[in-house]
Design a protein around this ligand. Structure first.
Ligand SMILES: Nc1nc2c(ncn2[C@@H]2O[C@H](COP(=O)(O)OP(=O)(O)OP(=O)(O)O)[C@@H](O)[C@H]2O)c(=O)[nH]1
Ligand SMILES: O=C([O-])CC(=O)C(=O)O
Ligand SMILES: [Mn+2]
Length: 591
């Protein structure tokens, strides 16, 4: 036998053994190896329609589309129940909940004991990233949820091709998932990055249960990326083609429910379209980046579908998303109209008949009909703006990295970092108001470095050091920017129109990359002057102009004092260079 054949056989044996070991513990009635075929999917869907897990939507308006109503206590990620179990506590860092691996494994073992009795155990081989890309990585999720299987089929390259790659390759991420009894007291999402392992119990919700997404492609992958010299980030990737026909790619990190899907699918304002500007979508949530031979960062989207926020998605805000959702989509926790079409707040003026829990909708009760974190799952290939380069094995070269949060006050529309180290500080000091994507209070300002607070699989101090390490000889790094689409006026309204008009800010960024646009230098970075940004067709009040393009020195001094305190929470592991950058800016703000 050749070495390669021998390796393939031993990989397969390791996988088989693990599957049997899990089956001995969880005691399912049946084991089903998923091949990802249409026939298999049809069978799964039929079984879910029969037992009520799925409800068929209006076939005339939404062919092959389904509604899933989750348990009302299981509608979002659960950060307080999510753990990174490294052998050393400090390796997980103050940014993660930590448990000793041995204790976590024993606790999970007792939860998984017999939990699949009466159920089918599905073995789901998947590939994160194009099946032929050297940047992609594989995993296998074992789950007792057919809803998870149907979603994984849309969100990843699932089935036979992934299994073949696993047989060829050295390693895969092992993910074990059971919905258990959905009791929130028996719910844990455990990560063992040193062993490339995930164990998730007690939830069927997206980020907790579709293990390829946040658990693998962010927490495990970020840990792996650190030792292998790449980056696994909570970023969208989009392409911008200018009137000259040149395409630049931008990666942008915004926290959960802060605008990644919307920016990734942006349709430019009319004047831009007429001039020949085009936006293409590579990814809307996760970005894996690695330096190429030419020193630039090359990125792939490890996902194959979108698990997007439904509320706020409309023909006006995001026509590309709506067009993607015409068929073959799974909707989770949305409302339905009297003719059984999916509906959510912000979609249109119709009044829904049934709310997300399945009760008659009472429009006077003051409660939303769709859950604020209701979602759609759909293949990226159905998106009209899906980039022809989204499946390129070598990835796309990144010209700019954008950080952004939901900040009602202080933070202007856009500014540019002076250099890479400053850019890393801009990312590290990001703040944002919490959203419905995770359980807990909404609208509370918190530090969310690089939009990775819930997703970094290791100590943020080491993560920032890893980011800084990309600035080496030969590197041709992207420019770094910060945006805020969510600045509010005294009256509580958003001051910036957002959505398609965000194109104006993207254009300024590309001009900065090309050295063609002006700015004003301030201690926090380069801000555009009002006439550096094309505002043709946008009406802004005086308050909006001042707050979106101005800079409040006193407010920023306070902000930087807070950033200094935040960095200090990480103790001596925090890289000196980042602390020094913070101190430089803080003292410039005092002058
Ligand atoms: N005011 C305003 N709201 C926006 C803008 N872009 C997105 N939103 C709203 O923000 C919410 C979430 O946006 P998404 O694009 O789905 O967020 P995401 O970052 O992809 O979220 P995750 O999938 O949770 O990671 C939606 O309700 C949008 O309508 C914008 O430019 N301005
Ligand atoms: O993980 C999820 O369930 C959805 C998501 O993208 C996020 O919360 O950032
Ligand atoms: Mn996300």
């Amino acid at each position: 036998m050749t070495d390669i054949a021998q390796n393939a056989q031993s990989q397969l044996e390791a996988l088989n053994q693990w599957v049997l070991e899990v089956a001995r513990l969880t005691r399912p009635d049946r084991i089903h190896w998923c091949d990802g075929s249409d026939a298999e999917n049809t069978q799964l869907i039929e079984a879910m329609l029969a037992d009520g897990t799925l409800i068929k939507l209006n076939d005339a308006t939404h062919p092959n589309s389904y509604l899933h109503r989750s348990h009302p206590d299981d509608v979002a990620r659960v950060e307080h129940l999510t753990f990174v179990c490294t052998s050393q506590r400090d390796d997980a860092g103050p940014n993660n909940h930590w448990m000793e691996p041995e204790i976590a494994r024993n606790q999970m073992k007792s939860l998984f004991d017999g939990c699949m009795e009466g159920r089918t155990m599905y073995v789901v081989p998947y590939c994160m990233g194009p099946i032929d890309s050297p940047l992609s990585r594989c995993g296998v999720e074992i789950t007792d949820s057919p809803y998870v299987v149907a979603n994984m089929r849309i969100m990843t390259r699932m089935g036979a091709a992934a299994l073949a790659r696993i047989e060829r390759e050295g390693s895969f991420v092992k993910g074990l998932h059971s919905t258990g009894d959905l009791n929130p007291d028996r719910r844990f999402i455990m990560h063992f990055p040193e062993d490339l392992e995930i164990q998730s119990f007690g939830s069927g919700y997206g980020g907790n249960a579709l293990l390829g997404k946040k658990c693998h492609a962010l927490r495990i992958a970020s840990h792996q990326a650190r030792s292998e010299g790449w980056l696994a980030e909570h970023m969208l990737i989009l392409g911008i083609e200018n009137p000259k026909g040149e395409t630049h790619y931008i990666a942008a990190a915004f926290p959960s429910a802060c605008g990644k899907t919307n920016l990734a699918m942006l349709i430019p304002p009319e004047g831009y379209v007429r001039d020949g500007w085009k936006i293409s979508t590579v990814g809307d949530d996760i970005c894996w980046m690695r330096p190429g031979a030419d020193g630039r960062l090359y990125a792939i989207n490890p996902e194959a579908g979108f698990f997007g926020v439904a509320p706020g998605t409309s023909e006006k805000s995001n026509p590309n998303a709506l067009a993607s959702l015409q068929r073959d989509a799974i909707f989770t926790n949305v409302a339905v109209t009297d003719d059984n079409q999916p509906w959510w707040e912000g979609l249109d003026k119709r009044v829904p008949a049934i709310d997300w829990r399945g009760n008659a909708y009472d429009c006077n009760a003051g409660k939303p009909a769709a859950h604020p974190n209701s979602r759609f799952t759909v293949s990226a290939r159905q998106c009209p703006s899906y980039s022809p380069h989204a499946e390129d094995a070598q990835g796309v070269p990144i010209s700019a990295i954008v950080f952004g949060g939901r900040r009602a006050s202080l933070v202007p529309l856009v500014f540019e970092a002076r250099d890479w180290t400053h850019g890393v500080l801009v990312g590290a000091s990001m703040g944002s108001e919490t959203t419905a994507a995770a359980t807990g209070a909404v609208g509370v300002m918190r530090r969310d470095p690089m939009a990775m607070k819930p997703f970094a699989g290791y100590n943020f101090a080491d993560y920032f050091a890893h980011w800084l390490s990309f600035d080496n000889a030969g590197a041709k790094l992207p420019k770094v920017f910060h945006v805020n689409w969510f600045r509010k006026g005294e009256g509580g309204d958003f001051l910036w129109p957002g959505f398609g008009d965000n194109m104006r800010v993207l254009e300024w960024m590309l001009k900065r990359v090309a050295g063609e646009a002006g700015s004003i230098e301030t201690p926090i970075g380069h801000l555009p002057k009002l006439d550096d940004i094309n505002l043709d067709g946008v009406t802004l009040t005086d308050e909006a102009r001042e707050k979106l393009f101005g800079y409040d020195r006193d407010g920023w001094r306070q902000e930087f004092a807070g950033i200094g305190e935040y960095l200090d929470e990480y103790g001596p592991r925090m890289p000196e260079a980042l602390k020094a950058e913070q101190e430089r800016i803080f003292s410039a703000l005092k002058d």
